[in-house]
Design a protein around this ligand. Sequence first.
Ligand code: R5P
Length: 312
Amino acid sequence: MPNLKIFAGSSNVNLAKDICAHLDIELSRLNINTFSNGNLSVGILDNVRDKDVFVIQSFSEPVNRNIIELFITMDALRSASAKRITAVIPYFSYSRSDKKDAPRISIAGRLMADLIKASGANRVLTMDLHSDAVHGFFSMPVDHLTAIPIIGEHIQQTVDLSSAVAVATDAGGAKRVGRFVNYLNIPMAIIDKRRINDVKVEQGLVVGNVKGCDAIIFDDEISTGGTLVATATTLAEAGVRKMIIGVTHPVLCGDAVNNVTKSKLDRVIVTDTVHVAKEKRFDNLTVLSVAPLFAEAIKRIHTGESVGELFK
Ligand code: R5P
């Protein structure tokens, strides 16, 4: 695939290298420089004239720096005559800012979509957005992958599902968990949740039968771990036996590792959409790779094959 070029921002170089390994191509080279005043400059070191270019960058910490890095990289690629630019954003953090849920509040998810386009992207490839509606913020083609088959298959192979129930940590996650239970063919339950602030949530009623069951909690991300702490407490009080969590994006910010480890979950299964540093890896954590799926999607976008077929 001589006309395919893949570049990596700083957020998740390991994932970008793994994707390239699956495609059997070299990661293309760029140079990111930070000036003394904090400004960034990006130099593209390989020829991209008339090439189909993919830039891999997750919106993980430092979130705003990584976003600006992506914008400047795409702008440099456009100036260097790339034919088509796809922003590959395995984790799009601002998708949580998707509605007006307080007076005069920003909806940064939509703003980011506009800025991604303004920076030069012709299309976007992403995974497990916080809500499906965010897809509609973009006025360009978006391929929206899901980690459900990756996490679901691993759970099928390693967990006894005979008395399992999948649990949504809040009503907003019910659709996502609905797709997950379709994959695993198990019942589901939903917990009533209210977010008090960035780090604290409160939960109430559990809708569905969980008593005596093994709970497979499925969510889009672990950010501060506040949701998991509350969910573990709620489910323990409701009489579940084992608790296993499957989550696409291991953001693990602030006190998350401490929160998750003290929540007495039997297993935590995540993917590598966000790089998990060594010091954040704990005993019962499993990190599954999304690289084969992203590599296949990139190949299909490049060759004009269906990406939708990947979901069948
Ligand atoms: C919430 O609506 C999401 O689906 C996740 O449950 C949430 O983003 C996790 O955040 P935290 O770990 O900070 O509670």
